[in-house]
Design a protein around this ligand. Structure first.
Ligand code: SAM
Length: 374
């Protein structure tokens, strides 16, 4: 299979490494996506173990596409719709990209839909219904440089929704971004980990899950189960292996989250318990400046308010100054990783960074910044 995986911007090469470790081959990295080849077993496996991918798309056809007519004909002729898509199955079409003559994605999607349903009607006098919220198939068309690529989307929901987080605080990180950020720190559970403003607990939960290699999304219903060549035996086998993977509930170093807001703290408690990690993560409901920690050197992470989504810049200057002083006074020798969405505020830490990695957090251009606290 030829697969495209989508990823948060900045995490593409970490997704490529995940895919390689899980058995993918011929991997190429693009902006916000990674392409690869794989067999059925690997395809099913990546759904359970990729922590960074949003979605997977299977390329099924491509054709030159200049205008409405070549789009209509290309869709009809490039794939065996009548074998794959019976009229009792529903679908919808999603479009990205454009060509000079096809620049309205809504119009382009309608044309793809017409091409497929006209073909069905001419063969059977019946056609599939369109479903936006519960489709059997999602057909994805990407247009670029007068070329169209048709793919089938493998899951309705984005895979970053792991199911452990019904409760979110303000401005939560997406789970796959949090997992990628933790990967970049190379934290592996052997040193203490503290999130001094943990919000709904995402960084800590993803960090622990990744160190324990906990499988994800094994109870989701996938769109690929509707595909003509869905291999149920291999799928069930991979799912069984994932679910029964003896999670080595190894002992991890202390993991602590601190959150000032009582309501958000309680949401973090719910999330950690739903993720089954209450024995791993200790939560403290306080201002980080009150933390008294007596542990050997480890890692501190923080996704503070940036003044864009939350808080007002002037009020936040004090918070960043306080954070810088607190870290320098109490955590000399520790590593500190800050997700900065506002360079003006970050300056108030008055600390010298040793690494800055660009990432996008929900469209905000951020830097994941490493400091060695002295
Ligand atoms: C951007 S959110 C963190 C979101 C978190 N990464 C998540 O995924 O849910 C920042 C959090 O810092 C908390 N916070 C702000 N000031 C704090 C302080 N002085 N001590 C501890 N927590 C604080 C806020 O209540 C908020 O929940």
């Amino acid at each position: 299979m030829n697969i495209i995986a989508s990823a948060p911007e900045g995490l593409e090469k970490y997704l490529a490494k995940e895919i390689a470790d899980l058995g993918g081959s011929k991997i190429n990295t693009y902006k916000r996506s990674v392409s690869f080849k794989c067999d059925y077993a690997t395809f099913y496996r990546v759904h359970f173990f990729s922590r960074i991918a949003f979605r997977f798309y299977r390329e099924v056809a491509s054709f030159p596409c200049y205008n409405k007519q070549s789009l209509y004909d290309g869709v009809r002729d490039s794939f065996e719709w009548l074998k794959w898509l019976p009229s009792y199955k529903t679908f919808n079409v999603q479009v990205t990209g454009r060509t000079s003559n096809l620049s309205h994605t809504h119009f382009t999607a309608l044309e793809v839909k017409n091409s497929i349903t006209d073909l069905q009607k001419s063969a059977w006098n019946k056609r599939s219904n369109i479903s936006l919220d519960n489709p059997d198939f999602i057909i994805h068309l990407h247009l670029n440089n007068n070329k169209a690529v048709l793919s089938l989307q493998s899951s309705f929901e984005s895979l970053h929704k792991r199911g452990y987080r019904p409760a979110v605080g303000d401005a939560p990180l997406k789970e796959n971004l949090a997992a990628g950020l933790l990967k970049m720190t190379q934290w592996n559970g052997t040193k203490p980990l503290i999130d001094i403003m943990c919000g709904s607990g995402t960084l800590l939960i993803e960090g622990v899950n990744q160190s324990l290699e906990v499988p994800l999304n094994t109870n989701k219903v996938y769109l690929f189960e509707n595909w003509l060549d869905f291999n149920k035996k291999i799928y069930l086998d991979e799912r069984y292996k994932a679910k029964n993977k003896s999670i080595t509930y190894k002992k991890l170093a202390p993991i602590i989250g601190c959150e000032i807001n009582r309501k958000v703290f309680e949401q973090a408690e719910v999330n950690i318990s739903l993720a089954g990690l209450e024995n791993y993560i200790e939560l403290i409901n306080d201002d980080f400046s009150k933390l008294k920690i007596k542990l050997s050197e480890g890692l501190i992470v923080c996704n503070p308010p940036y003044g864009k989504k939350l808080g007002n810049e002037n009020q936040l200057i004090f918070l960043y100054e306080e954070m810088g002083n607190f870290l320098k006074t109490n955590f000399s020798g520790w590593e500190f990783w800050l997700l900065s969405g506002n360079p003006k505020l970050t300056k108030y830490l008055k600390m010298k960074s040793s690494l800055k990695i660009p990432v996008s957090n929900g469209g905000i251009d951020c830097r994941w910044i490493k400091y060695l606290i002295r």
